[in-house]
Design a protein around this ligand. Structure first.
Ligand SMILES: NC(=O)c1ccc[n+]([C@@H]2O[C@H](COP(=O)([O-])OP(=O)(O)OC[C@H]3O[C@@H](n4cnc5c(N)ncnc54)[C@H](OP(=O)(O)O)[C@@H]3O)[C@@H](O)[C@H]2O)c1
Length: 261
C-alpha cells in the first residue's frame, strides 16, 4: 500500500543516470532524482561542468552524486559510463535519456552529416544506453525505470524552426519508448517519455532571443508562457518512483498545453 507521500514518491536507495546533465533540463532531472533521495550520476561531454554540479547536488540534497564525462554517441563511452556508475554508486536502476541536440536547417538542403548526427545523439544513443542499463537489471532480476526526453516535436511539426532531423528523432523516440516498454514489461522495467514544450535553456535561448519567436511560442501555448526548467521535476519524480508503478509506454507532456489544441 502506498499510504504516504514518502511511499508514493521516495527514491531512497535508488541509483539514477542522467545524460546531458551538464546544462539545461538534464541538471533539473538530476536534481529531481536527488530531491526524492536517489543517488545520481551526471553524464555529458563537458566533464569540467559535471564535478561542481554533482558536488552541489550532493551537498544540497544529502545524496551521493558523481560526474562521468562521456560522449553518448560512442559505444565504448556508454560501456564505461555504466561500469563506472556500477563501481562508484551501484547498479543503476533509473535512466533518464535526456541528452539531445536540435540542429536547424532547411529540409531541402540539410546535409547527411547533420541528419546522421541528430539520429546518433537523439535516437541511437538513448537506445544503446537503455539496452546496457536494462541488461544489467535483467541479469540481476531487478526492476527499473527508463525515462526518455522527447518533445512537443515528437507529436507536431515546428512552424517556427526548420527542424526536420530533430522532429524525426523525437517522434521515433516516442515509439521506441513504447516498444521498449512492451519488451521489458516482463522484467519490471517501466519505460516512459516526457515531452517538454518551450523551456529556456542553452539550446533554446538563442532562438528565443528573437522577441518575435518568443511571442509566437507564448501565443501558441495555452498557458500563455514558456516553461521553467524546474517545472520538469514533478514528471521525473513521478515516472521514476513508486507512484507510477502501473504506468509504462506512455508520454507525459509538460508543455503548458502546447499540443492540446
Ligand atoms: N529546452 C526545451 O525547450 C526543450 C523542449 C523539448 C525537449 N527538449 C529536450 O530536452 C533535452 C535537453 O535539452 P536542453 O534544452 O536542456 O538543451 P541543452 O542545455 O543544450 O542540453 C543538452 C545536453 O545534452 C548534452 N549532450 C549533447 N550531445 C551529447 C553527447 N554526444 N554526449 C553526451 N552528452 C551530450 C549536452 O552536454 P555536453 O555538451 O556537455 O555533452 C547538454 O548537457 C534534449 O533532448 C532536448 O531535445 C528541450
Amino acid at each position: 500500500m502506498m499510504n504516504s507521500l514518502d511511499e508514493l514518491f521516495s527514491l531512497r536507495g535508488r541509483i539514477g543516470i542522467v545524460t546531458g546533465a551538464s546544462s539545461g533540463l538534464g541538471v533539473e532531472c538530476a536534481r529531481a532524482l536527488a530531491i526524492a533521495g536517489a543517488d545520481v550520476a551526471l553524464a555529458a561531454r563537458r566533464g569540467d561542468r559535471l564535478g561542481p554540479l554533482a558536488d552541489a547536488i550532493a551537498r544540497e540534497y544529502g545524496v551521493r552524486a558523481i560526474g562521468v564525462q562521456c560522449d553518448i554517441t560512442v559505444d565504448a563511452d556508454l560501456d564505461r559510463l555504466v561500469a563506472e556508475v556500477r563501481e562508484r554508486l551501484g547498479v543503476a536502476d533509473i535512466l533518464v535519456n535526456n541528452a539531445g541536440i536540435s540542429p536547424t536547417g532547411r529540409a531541402e538542403t540539410l546535409s547527411r552529416e547533420i541528419w546522421d548526427g541528430a539520429l546518433a545523439t537523439n535516437l541511437s544513443a538513448p537506445m544503446m544506453l537503455a539496452q546496457r542499463v536494462a541488461r544489467g537489471l535483467i541479469e540481476k532480476g531487478r526492476p527499473g525505470r527508463i525515462i526518455n526526453m522527447s518533445s512537443i516535436y515528437g507529436t507536431v511539426a515546428s512552424s517556427i524552426y526548420r527542424l526536420s532531423a530533430y522532429v524525426a528523432t523525437k517522434a521515433a523516440l516516442v515509439n521506441l519508448t513504447r516498444q521498449l516498454a512492451v519488451e521489458w514489461a516482463q522484467h519490471g522495467i517501466l519505460v516512459n517519455a516526457i515531452a517538454p514544450g518551450w523551456i529556456p535553456t542553452e539550446a533554446t535561448e538563442a532562438g528565443m532571443a528573437k522577441s518575435q519567436n518568443r511571442d509566437r511560442m507564448e501565443r501558441a501555448t495555452p498557458l500563455g508562457r514558456l516553461g521553467l526548467p524546474e517545472e520538469l521535476r514533478g514528471a521525473v519524480i513521478y515516472l521514476a518512483g513508486p507512484a507510477s508503478s502501473y504506468v509504462t509506454g506512455t508520454v507525459i507532456a509538460v508543455d503548458g498545453g502546447y499540443v492540446a489544441w
